[in-house]
Design a protein around this ligand. Structure first.
Ligand code: FES
Length: 100
């Protein structure tokens, strides 16, 4: 496991998302009411950059064709078999780390 520092936790308050690179992988990290989630920053539909979309009511919305993914599960709303690739995220000493 190689944890890569992404940001200070203060820079990722509830309702926020940000993009970063973790070990050469583009990731999107969001804070859903205090719970942090990290995913590959790539939509499983046609590889759209998820972090360029919106984060609303616990859903990440792809900017290209508006597919919505629940950050709790990573699943596409209309077909749960389609999912964002999730990475472990760790909060330690006020810093956010991702294992990508
Ligand atoms: S590329 Fe994301 S919805 Fe099409």
């Amino acid at each position: 496991m190689a944890l890569i520092r992404i940001a200070a936790a203060a820079d990722l308050p509830p309702g926020a998302m940000l993009s970063a690179e973790a070990g050469g992988t583009a990731v999107v990290v969001c804070n859903d009411n205090g719970t942090l989630h990290a995913f590959r920053d790539e939509c499983p539909h046609r590889n759209g950059p998820i972090s360029h979309g919106n984060f609303v009511d616990g859903r990440l919305i792809c900017p290209w064709h508006a597919w919505e993914f629940r950050c709790e599960t990573g699943c596409y709303d209309y077909n749960p078999a389609i999912q964002l690739q999730r990475f472990p995220v760790v909060l330690e000493n006020g810093e956010v780390f991702v294992d990508a």
